[in-house]
Design a binder for this molecule. Structure first.
Ligand SMILES: [Zn+2]
Length: 90
């Protein structure tokens, strides 16, 4: 199962990687370079983290509070609308 992807975010090519992260963080964004997502996340927590890190990557100056609020709101909406990941996908 692929753990690495490459995505354009705001016209910049990012490595998007699922991996084991140290500490409490669920994700990290290194601006202009890469996004790391904790590989043990599942379900809405995973979706929320993916949106959260995308928002950081796309909006380097957005506050952490705004990123948290928007990723929570959007992941709740998408989850309520029935968006789910197939279990074998990353
Ligand atoms: Zn953040």
């Amino acid at each position: 199962m692929p753990r690495d992807h490459h995505f354009l975010i705001g016209g910049v090519k990012f490595l998007w990687r699922y991996t084991r992260l140290r500490g409490k963080a669920h994700g990290w964004t290194y601006h202009g370079e890469k996004v790391l997502i904790e590989e043990r996340l599942q379900k809405r927590a995973k979706l929320c983290t993916e949106i959260h890190e995308f928002l950081h990557a796309a909006n380097p100056n957005m506050s952490e509070e705004a990123v948290v609020n928007q990723s929570e709101d959007l992941s709740k909406i998408l989850w309520a609308l029935g968006y789910r990941q197939q279990s074998s996908e990353h």
